[in-house]
Design a protein around this ligand. Structure first.
Ligand SMILES: [Zn+2]
Length: 522
């Protein structure tokens, strides 16, 4: 197995993504997650341009990491300034990490039009900064920004900038497709030239962006051409269309291409790590993300389900458990009885096709589907339905009543709705009230407030998505609505469903299922 070193830049390039903002605590939690996954290098900030990052690096010294080494990121010195006097370079070194990543310009256009300096001075900037860093860090990665565009425009100059970096002692030359515009064959061709030029003297790395939808393909092309260092972000977010998605790259390289990126035993932690990073970043991990998305191993067509049950390779490129994901069979009319059986067996493995409970679940599904329920996307509610049919489900609480108070227009110091909920748990009653941004939010807060006294684990549950579908469009105000609620506790994600002519009641059904599902998993 050939080794590939992974550098995750979720906390630096990823943080440059629209809508992403990390607190120091978020950053520490992400470093721990990446370390737990066995990632070698974590680029954790740019202390020269962001003072908050310097604070992070101070806090990070107390982390006890098993696999990961932290890296600070910064630019070459400014034109015409001695390297010792450049405040950004000073901040970079002050971060105190054993690994430094320094980026410089390889594209002549950027040197003359953006930096507004001469081609000769740019080469000096690279050499001076790397020589300076060399004596202050154990390992220095040189990020050749816009390398592939530069190589296309002026190959001699682009290579001359790399010569300077290697002469000054760079351990890795990381070639960047900063604008994400290049194709795999261009990446492979240029990477081969660089590898041949510096063979044995320095490692070659790659850093790609997804503006052409090719970040993963471009990274793999560079690795095939000899790159042994790969940069990206675990779930792919980053500037514009994102960075190379490391979860995809890691699984591809390690499960299919014969490379080692993280310890073999850690690959099954990939899905959990990706979901945790998304959770901390407060983004919804796309269901169709390769390997780690909720739909990555989901089967809907009856023939596919039948095939997978006979031989999983028939419709799956890798076993879902190899990356810590899970196979799902969707429940719907097209799935039929055998799919329902397969789902029941996941909860109660001993149930057979001829058992009465299968008929009960099929009949119940039919009735509920007629009422407007749909369990295709609501695995949480489906599991509860099966447990109820099996007689293994105990309700965790009973609703006495709830009351919603809406107020319009909302007063500036108050949210627009409040909810009072009265429940009982084993004979003890609890009343709670909460305000919310809308009636469903108020109801959710109030219900969980009432229950947290009995079930503290509910404190970690959050709703991540809320969808309403009107079922009879012709008579909209008297029509039924179906509400789907997606919830998470940071480790897993589940969806529940409720149907009613009253949107609040439909939401209530879905909320109750979400909570009961979480508690039944404890
Ligand atoms: Zn980048």
């Amino acid at each position: 197995m050939k080794k590939v070193e992974i550098l995750d830049t979720t906390l630096r390039d990823g943080a440059q993504s629209e809508g992403i903002s990390f607190s120091v605590r978020d950053k520490l939690a992400i470093v721990e997650t990446l370390d737990g996954l066995g990632i070698a290098l974590v680029e954790a900030g740019n202390p020269g341009s962001n003072p908050k990052d310097l604070e992070f690096f101070q806090e990070a010294r107390s982390l006890r990491l098993k696999h990961a080494r932290l890296a600070a990121f910064g630019a070459t010195r400014r034109p015409g300034v001695p390297v010792e006097d450049d405040p950004q370079v000073r901040s970079l070194v002050e971060a105190g990490t054993s690994v430094l990543v320094i980026f410089g310009k390889s594209w002549d256009l950027h040197v003359t039009e953006v930096l507004k300096t001469t081609l000769v001075e740019n080469v000096r900037m690279i050499r001076d900064t790397l020589l300076h860093a060399r004596t202050r860090a154990e390992r220095v990665v040189y990020d050749a920004e816009h390398f592939f565009d530069g190589y296309r425009a002026n190959p001699d100059y682009a290579l001359a900038t790399l010569d300077a970096a290697v002469e000054a002692g760079a351990d890795v030359l990381c070639l960047c497709d900063t604008n994400g515009g290049r194709f795999p064959e261009e990446i492979a061709g240029a990477a081969q030239v660089v590898r041949a030029r510096f063979d044995g003297r320095t490692a070659v790395g790659v850093h790609t962006h997804n503006d052409s939808g090719l970040a993963v393909a471009n990274t793999l092309a560079a690795v095939r051409a000899g790159a042994t260092h790969v940069q990206g972000t675990l779930v792919g977010f980053g500037e514009r269309c994102g960075n190379a998605n490391l979860a995809t790259i890691l699984a591809n390289l390690q499960l299919k291409a014969g490379y080692t990126c993280i310890p073999a035993a850690k690959v099954s932690g990939l899905t959990a790590a990706a979901r945790r990073v998304a959770e901390i970043a407060n983004i919804v991990l796309a269901d169709d993300q390769p390997y780690v998305g909720a739909k990555a191993f989901t089967h809907k067509a009856g023939m596919h389900m039948d095939g997978v049950r006979k031989c999983s390779e028939s419709f799956e490129h890798v076993p879902p458990e190899s990356v810590g994901n899970a196979r799902r069979f969707l429940i719907s009319e097209i799935a039929g009885r055998s799919a329902v059986l397969a789902r029941i067996q996941r909860i109660a493995p001993k149930v057979q096709k001829t058992d009465k409970v299968v008929d009960e679940v099929v009949a119940r599904l039919k009735t509920l589907e007629q009422q407007g329920y749909q369990f295709e996307g609501a695995d949480g509610s489906f599991e509860l339905l099966v447990r109820k049919a099996l007689g293994t489900h105990q309700p965790f609480f009973t609703l006495e009543h709830y009351q919603i108070i809406g107020e319009r227009p909302a007063k500036n110091d108050r949210e627009g709705a409040a909810a009072i909920v009265k429940i009982s748990v084993e004979g003890r009653t609890e009343i709670s009230a909460a305000e919310g941004d809308g009636p469903v939010n108020a109801l959710d807060r109030s219900l969980r407030k009432a229950l947290e006294r009995f079930y503290p684990a509910l404190a970690e549950v959050r709703l991540t998505d809320y969808k309403v579908r009107v079922l009879d469009g012709n008579r909209a105000t008297e029509a039924k609505v179906r509400v789907l609620i997606e919830s998470t506790d940071g480790r897993s994600v589940w969806t529940t469903v409720g149907v009613s002519t009253d949107i609040i009641e439909a939401s209530w059904f879905a909320l109750v299922d979400s909570i009961e599902y979480k508690l039944s998993r404890q």
